[in-house]
Design a binder for this molecule. Structure first.
Ligand SMILES: Cc1ncc(COP(=O)(O)OP(=O)(O)O)c(N)n1
Ligand code: 3NM
Ligand code: MG
Length: 311
């Protein structure tokens, strides 16, 4: 089912889990995930004191701002507001969606955990910005919760119109199965924050998600754009289609013709979609949230600056 336009644009969602990285700071581990291409970060800590969670929220707020990535706080609306996080994530047993919306206002993101299509449809009708669909597989991060299996992912893909993210026991070993069931977005805790190299794991997840997104393009669109797509295709409709000869642009000082319609498609054509990059268009920085909405026009001068060594 086609998604409605959303304020959310992500593929890879990373949730913290301090018990998985003893001896390494949360800031260090999350920064590695961001370098690897994590699109959204959730601070989740079920055991720390409220004061410690508050302090980590402020640290992660600063960090995620530097990377232009949204920060979600699990469970604690007060901390989300105090730290100026982008939103909260709530479960079926947490504060209700309606109460949370009243406290947070219309603009902050509210994500809701769902474990059945009935719960998913209810959260969508109640105004959730996204839903979690899981646990797809049994997981030690949420022990005792029965797996919903990829059947619920398939149902969500068919019936849910807001973004949904598959979660629970997702690893590089099974992510292709989850994607094949219809997930465009995945979320992981242990596989990422418990890894020796969280950046490498994130890059690998993004490569799988991007490969699937490119593969699912219609043949006519592939012909136009070399099979690249934005993380949320509905947002790239702002760009106008180009003719077959493409658009004359200069990329990093090299004149060329491109079939890319947006900055995001140009990034994909240059195979930089899973790299940490800064984009300059005609002398002005284009922030990450705008990549899939920013059209490439004839004569554009684009600088795609990527950081060698850090990811
Ligand atoms: C993206 C995402 N999905 C699901 C959850 C789980 O939330 P909840 O059911 O409230 O359980 P706890 O995380 O609070 O233990 C989540 N946090 N994020
Ligand atoms: C926090 C959480 N919520 C879930 C849900 O299905 O609602 S599954 C989950 C844990 C996800 O951790 P991992 O990637 O380590 O399996
Ligand atoms: Mg919760």
């Amino acid at each position: 089912m086609a998604e409605s336009t959303s304020k959310l644009d992500f593929q890879l969602y990373v949730i913290t889990g301090a018990n998985y990285h003893p001896g390494r700071s949360i800031v260090d581990v999350v920064e590695q995930a961001l370098i690897g291409g994590a699109d959204i970060v959730q601070l989740r800590d079920k055991t720390a004191s409220k004061q410690d969670i508050r302090e980590n929220a402020h640290k992660l707020r600063q960090l995620t701002r530097r990377y232009g990535v949204p920060l979600i706080i699990n469970d604690h609306i007060d901390i989300a507001l105090e730290a100026d996080a982008d939103g909260v994530h709530l479960g079926q047993d947490d504060l209700s969606l309606a109460e949370a919306r009243q406290l947070l206002g219309p603009d902050r993101i509210i994500g809701i955990s769902t474990h059945s299509i009935e719960q998913g449809l209810a959260a969508q009708a109640g105004g959730a910005d996204y839903i979690g669909v899981g646990p797809v597989y049994p997981t030690g991060t949420k022990p005792g919760r029965a797996a919903v299996t990829t059947s619920y992912v398939q149902e969500a893909a068919a019936q849910i119109r807001i973004p949904f993210v598959a979660i629970g026991g997702i690893t590089l070993g099974n992510v292709d199965t989850v994607i094949a069931a219809g997930a465009n977005r995945v979320c992981a805790v242990s596989e990422i924050v418990g890894a020796d190299d969280p950046a490498a794991v994130c890059r690998a997840f993004k490569a799988r998600l991007n490969a699937a997104a490119n593969h699912s393009q219609s043949p006519s669109r592939q012909g136009q754009s070399q099979g690249t797509s934005s993380p949320n295709d509905s947002q790239s409709s702002a760009a106008q289609p180009h003719d077959f000869a493409g658009t004359g642009v200069t990329v990093n000082g090299v004149a060329q013709r491109t079939t890319a319609r947006t900055v995001w498609e140009l990034i994909c054509q240059h195979r930089l979609e899973d790299r940490r990059i800064v984009v300059e268009l005609d002398g002005a920085i284009v922030v990450r949230e705008e990549w899939s909405r920013t059209p490439i026009r004839e004569g554009a001068a684009v600088e795609l600056v990527h950081f060698v060594g850090g990811g």
